[in-house]
Ligand binder design. Structure first.
Ligand SMILES: [Zn+2]
Length: 287
């Protein structure tokens, strides 16, 4: 027997009927596909996936008919740079100064209380509530910008394939030849960067973009991001020193532009190559 919802009651397999706060009504004609139960700081949450088989999804254009693509370059200073020169801010919900300070204070309050005491639990709950508030804010913001990106007048959205990207960015582990011990390879110094990256939650944002794109019948093309920020868009010269912070200046031909907007354009152009069939670099296409 599957999941059922009736007013303010929900039926879950093995658990039976129970009361719950029905925050969003399930529209007529939809059937429940799955339910996910999650424990969060302030209680148990259930999210329900629904499906309407009577309405066909928008049909996305076949790849060879795509003629406009928006390239997106994900970052930290700005969350997204678009190939149409727009930039989307990164509010750094959990790593901005104010949040870091509050987190530190609440964390300290927990650790100063006696283990197992009621006060400690109370302080821990308060810390947890703050974490949840940050998450809620980030989720709402991401839906908002995913919506903005997807509603541009384009047939397709081009993104980096993050799986490949993390593979490329991760530091290699180095070992000392004589002792066989691990050497410092800069990974620990990257702790701050890693935190900022996880605060940006690119993966979560991409999922939202994919979801909304599918609803609007737009194609999402994932490209291999290799050298996307080091390659000259004019002459194709690839060089680490082409990039100087925000600026891109080709050491070969002198071509210069804003580095991240250039990267977004490169992502867009690589997607065009895939669409036109002259690139073997297809990472993934979803529609
Ligand atoms: Zn060049």
């Amino acid at each position: 027997m599957g999941v059922k919802v009736q007013d303010s009651k929900i039926y879950l397999p093995k658990l039976g009927w129970m009361g719950f706060f029905n925050s969003r009504l399930i529209p007529d004609g939809f059937t429940i596909k799955a339910a996910t139960i999650r424990k969060r700081q302030d209680g148990w949450y259930v999210s329900i996936r629904i499906e309407d088989k009577s309405i066909p999804d928008y049909l996305s254009k076949p790849l060879n008919e795509v003629d406009s693509i928006l390239g997106c370059d994900l970052g930290i200073t700005k969350l997204v740079h678009l190939s149409d020169r727009h930039q989307i801010d990164n509010p750094k919900f959990s790593t901005n100064k104010k949040s870091l300070r509050t987190l530190k204070i609440r964390q300290r309050r927990v650790s100063r209380k006696i283990k197992g005491s009621k006060n400690r639990k109370k302080a821990a709950r308060k810390l947890g509530r703050f974490h949840k508030k940050i998450t809620d804010k980030r989720v709402a913001y991401q839906w908002d910008i995913a919506n903005k990106i997807v509603s541009r007048k384009v047939d397709a959205i081009a993104l980096e394939d993050l799986n490949i990207r993390t593979m490329l960015k991760r530091c290699r582990v180095k070992t000392d030849e004589s002792t066989g011990r691990f050497l410092k390879n800069g990974q620990s110094r990257k702790k701050g960067l890693n935190r900022a990256i996880s605060d940006a939650s690119w993966g979560e944002l991409i999922l939202k973009i994919e979801y909304l794109a599918a609803k609007l019948g737009k194609v999402v093309i994932k490209i291999n991001p290799r050298h996307s920020s080091q390659e000259c868009r004019k002459c194709g010269h690839i060089d680490k020193s082409n990039r100087d912070g925000e600026k891109f200046i080709c050491t070969e031909c002198g071509h210069h532009e804003h580095a991240d907007i250039g990267a977004a354009k490169t992502i867009r152009d690589r997607a065009f190559k895939i669409v036109r069939g002259d690139s073997p670099e297809l990472a993934a296409v979803s529609s």
